[in-house]
Design a binder for this molecule. Structure first.
Ligand code: TYC
Length: 110
């Protein structure tokens, strides 16, 4: 007896040929904006230094971002994945505290 007969082949040995395609299951990570907040006491030069040191900005861009925060109350330092953004916020807050400035840094989902 043939194998087909033994296992009760129902399609005459042709096969139904179901093709499945699995999606590559990678997801883009969410991005977070790291924000600087204005205050009345932190020196402008300190904020520029923070932007150069922790956000890799050149002097010109750092100055523009600082002035934007000064004039509008809040500004974006950069876009990062969650853990990187969290690290930046902690670094800025620690550095501000060490220098006794009230500068505030926070993050927000994009
Ligand atoms: N407003 C501050 C001043 O006049 C400067 C400043 C800018 C502070 C940006 C914080 O995130 C800030 N000295």
């Amino acid at each position: 007896m043939s194998d087909d007969r033994q296992r009760g082949d129902e399609d005459g040995g042709v096969g139904t040929g179901v093709i499945t395609k699995t999606k590559p299951k990678t997801k883009k990570p969410s991005l977070y904006k790291v924000l600087l907040l204005n205050d009345d006491y932190t020196p402008m030069e300190f904020v520029v230094h923070v932007l150069e040191r922790f956000f890799n900005k050149g002097r010109e861009e750092a100055t523009l971002i600082m002035l934007h925060v000064h004039q509008h109350g809040v500004g974006i330092c950069g876009l990062y994945t969650y853990e990187v953004a969290e690290t930046k916020v902690t670094q800025v807050m620690d550095f501000a505290q060490q220098n006794q400035h009230p500068l505030q840094c926070t993050m927000e989902r994009e």
